[in-house]
Design a protein around this ligand. Structure first.
Ligand SMILES: C[S@@+](CC[C@H](N)C(=O)[O-])C[C@H]1O[C@@H](n2cnc3c(N)ncnc32)[C@H](O)[C@@H]1O
Length: 311
């Protein structure tokens, strides 16, 4: 066995004590340029750490991030604006190029978000930034009574969802929608959604546009409805691999194909949610250490995961 993964999850101070299978999220990463290879085989063990990373690793990570601060190499203001303007086009090209072959199905979501297991036939879920349905289809299969709305601002992604042989319009509605505009309210009634998920979506949205997206999320959720979140965390291996040419702002980067990625801290996520009346249930780093024994390399995959309730 050449590769080993160690997973540690810390949720609101309660360390999870069992080893658990961690399957697919390492493929939820974007273009190859900044994405570490998917491990072939895994042994899982719990890590207990209070911070995303600490000690020498933190010092090293900070040094690597410091090297990204080079204003001579940074994208020009003109290009930064162009990337923002063309974000939907860039993602659409991504799906034209990769079709359904890039992201893996997310089979871990029911384990991580307990509300999903409790879904009944009168409950509605909305997935924002659904891509080609890697979160949606496994969930539809596991919950025969669930209705799922899902949206993405890439028409190609939505076309691929609708062409999936498991797409059943009596159980699922996929539609094109830019979450940073008011489009969502044309499709979804205010206060009508029980569960809303953002799985590696908010990281793709420029920080100056996230507030509108959060307002939309809060508007469509029912009081008591749950917002479920998982995305890239500060010091994730993919952040450390970026160059000065990719850095747009603190924790915010553009990839070679024009798509964005923002690296979250739990505090930043909490502030976004509290501004729109979502109270925290849990919100922490999820850590996964991937070790390649052959190459004697190890890397830390770091995510932020949270659940919030609409007050
Ligand atoms: C990393 S992919 C994640 C896809 C999917 N959630 C999954 O887990 O496989 C991010 C997705 O967010 C979508 N996205 C980015 N900005 C968006 C916006 N403003 N409105 C709607 N979707 C957006 C992209 O098109 C892309 O499909």
């Amino acid at each position: 066995m050449d590769q080993v993964e160690l997973i540690g999850v810390q949720l609101k101070g309660n360390h999870i004590t069992e080893s658990r299978e961690l399957s697919d999220e390492s493929n939820s990463l974007g273009n190859e340029q900044n994405y570490p290879p998917e491990p072939q085989s895994k042994v899982l063990k719990k890590l207990e750490r209070a911070e995303a990373i600490t000690g020498e690793k933190e010092v090293k990570a900070k040094e690597m991030l410091e090297k990204q601060n080079n204003s001579a190499k940074a994208p020009s203001e003109f290009n930064k604006e162009r990337y923002v303007r063309e974000a939907a086009k860039s993602w659409n090209l991504f799906y034209k190029r990769n079709t359904t072959n890039f992201f893996k199905d997310r089979h871990w979501t029911e384990r991580e978000f307990p509300e999903l297991g409790k879904v009944g036939n009168d409950r509605k879920l909305l997935e924002i930034g659904c891509g080609v349905g890697n979160f949606v289809f496994p969930l539809l299969k596991a919950n025969p009574e669930l209705f799922i709305y899902c949206c993405d601002f890439s028409p190609k992604a939505i076309e691929l969802v609708q062409q999936n042989s498991e797409y059943d319009p009596t159980r699922c509605k996929a539609f094109v929608c830019d979450m940073t505009t008011r489009d969502l309210l044309d499709e979804i009634e205010p206060n009508s959604i029980d569960l809303l998920s953002s799985i590696f979506c908010l990281s793709a949205i420029p920080p100056q546009k996230i507030d509108v997206c959060m307002e939309n999320i809060a508007k469509v959720l029912k009081p008591g409805g749950i917002f479920m979140f998982r995305d890239y965390g500060l010091y994730d291996a993919s952040q450390l691999r970026f160059k000065a040419e990719n850095k747009i702002d603190e924790r915010f980067y553009v990839r070679g194909d024009g798509t964005f990625t923002l690296f979250f801290t739990p505090a930043y996520l909490q502030s976004l949610c509290e501004k729109v009346g979502l109270e925290m249930i849990e919100n922490d780093y999820v850590l996964k250490e991937v070790i390649n024994r052959k190459k004697e390399l190890s890397m830390d995959r770091i995510f932020v995961q949270g659940r919030f309730r609409k007050i």
